[in-house]
Design a protein around this ligand. Structure first.
Ligand SMILES: Cc1cc2nc3c(=O)[nH]c(=O)nc-3n(C[C@H](O)[C@H](O)[C@H](O)COP(=O)(O)OP(=O)(O)OC[C@H]3O[C@@H](n4cnc5c(N)ncnc54)[C@H](O)[C@@H]3O)c2cc1C
Length: 395
């Protein structure tokens, strides 16, 4: 038997891969190699809401204080406006230990990778790409990694593909993930903070599409601008002035804003779920195994929850030097646990996005009347149900 270099190789130091490195090393003396083909944490804002379902895990892994120290803002309420009129307001109930926090995505990646490396058990290599899986006897025994112009075989007991929606690991395992595209997208941008904005998950409704406003530090807010058919070209290729004018038309709050264009992007959307999560002793998590509509902020949430579930299944057997059959059973249990849960989240995200993205003559009046009803006893029950299902996982 060839010697082992690491217990686990994780391909992809995005939020999912970094969370897994953190979770694996929390209680077990495992040696982990965490690689990413990029030169460091990204600069694209790819979702920044840390829902209570996530902060619960970050606290357990000892990373929550570092997230707060990095400038995460606490969000305690949801507000829905239409052209300056407040239609709906509700507290986002979260217990103090597991708050709803917002931090730019690259900062979340940076903090998680740093906390994982601080364990002394995780070697982090940026600029290192998984090229192929290394197999012996029909089983994945490691990976062929490329750095600069050189490549080498690195052996491990377990290889994890946390390498995003175009996963190299998934392709090498022969697992496919069909994807269905949405007819709408989200334009993600930061602007200067309006003086009459107070930290909240604030939605500005408009017939052209809603705008989600969340805090980004003390000086800025992040916008998630729903973009439909006719405006896709404007937000893909139009000038920044034209984009800001289109955003300003949607809400008085957004008139006269200044853009911080770094990391701004038009995020095109699809949903998909691979049929299998593991094969031949290697396993996938996060976007490598599912993609979802981000209207209710589940992409990053699901990646972190996958990481927590996978670590809870494999860390002890890996630490105890378990045989392959035991490891395979742990991978099967992880898939069984996550598949049904993720399928439900993809479906809920889909139907809630269908409601939120509804255009035409009916869309805007329907949105307004539904949110106006939100203050009724029935509306509050619906809000509580959705919040606990999508954000706290309390139910
Ligand atoms: C361009 C883009 C914009 C997005 N914007 C939003 C948004 O605005 N709102 C939202 O809710 N969600 C957004 N998402 C989705 C959200 O980012 C993901 O759901 C979440 O980050 C999943 O985390 P992950 O760790 O599984 O994958 P990712 O964050 O995709 O991380 C995968 C990592 O793997 C690395 N990698 C890939 N291939 C290799 C390889 N062969 N070897 C080594 N490393 C490799 C990549 O460099 C990357 O760092 C966006 C996704 C993308 C791709």
């Amino acid at each position: 038997v060839s010697s082992i270099d690491y217990d686990v190789i994780i391909a992809g130091a995005g939020v999912g891969g970094a969370a897994l490195a953190l979770a694996l090393t929390r209680r077990h003396a495992l040696r982990v190699l965490l690689i990413d083909r990029r030169g460091g944490p990204g600069n694209v804002n790819r979702g920044d809401s840390l829902l209570p379902a996530v902060t619960r895990h970050l606290r357990a892994w000892g990373a929550l204080d570092a997230i707060v120290a990095a400038g995460a803002r606490r969000v305690g309420s949801m507000q829905v406006f239409a052209q300056g009129e407040l239609l709906y307001q509700a507290p986002l109930v979260a217990n103090g230990d597991t708050p709803y926090l917002v931090l730019p995505h690259p900062e979340i990646e940076r903090v998680l990778v740093e906390r994982a490396a601080a364990s002394g058990q995780v070697e982090v290599r940026y600029g290192c790409r998984l090229l192929r899986l290394h197999e012996e006897g029909g089983r994945v025994r490691g990976a062929i990694l490329g750095e600069g112009h050189s490549s080498r075989i690195v052996r491990a007991k377990l290889v994890v593909g946390a390498d995003g929606s175009a996963s190299t690991v998934r392709a090498a395992l022969g697992l496919t993930m069909g994807r269905r595209a949405y007819d709408h997208g989200f334009y993600i941008i930061e602007v200067d903070r309006p003086s009459d904005y107070h930290d909240a998950m604030r939605v500005e409704l408009h017939a052209d599409g809603g705008v989600l406003v969340v805090p980004q530090g003390a000086e800025r807010v992040g916008l998630g601008v729903l973009v439909r058919g006719p405006q896709m070209e404007l937000f893909r290729a139009g000038s920044m002035d034209d984009r800001l004018a289109a955003i300003a038309r949607r809400s008085p709050l957004l008139v006269g804003r200044q853009a911080f264009a770094r990391g701004a992007h038009l995020y095109t959307l699809s949903r998909g779920h691979a049929r299998r999560y593991s094969a031949r002793g290697a396993v996938l998590l996060g976007d490598a195994v599912h993609v979802t509509n981000p209207t209710v902020g589940q992409g990053m949430t699901m990646a972190v929850e996958d990481a927590a579930a996978l670590a809870s299944r494999v860390a002890a057997p890996l630490g105890a030097g378990a045989r392959e059959a035991e490891l395979d059973a742990a991978l099967g249990a992880y898939e069984h646990e996550r598949r049904r849960h993720n399928e439900g989240l993809i479906r809920w995200s889909h139907w809630l996005s269908r409601f939120y993205s509804l255009g035409g003559p009916l869309g805007d009046p329907l949105h307004r009347s539904v949110f106006r009803m939100g203050g009724s006893p029935f509306g509050r029950r619906v809000h509580q149900f959705l919040w606990s299902r999508m954000a706290t996982r309390a139910a």
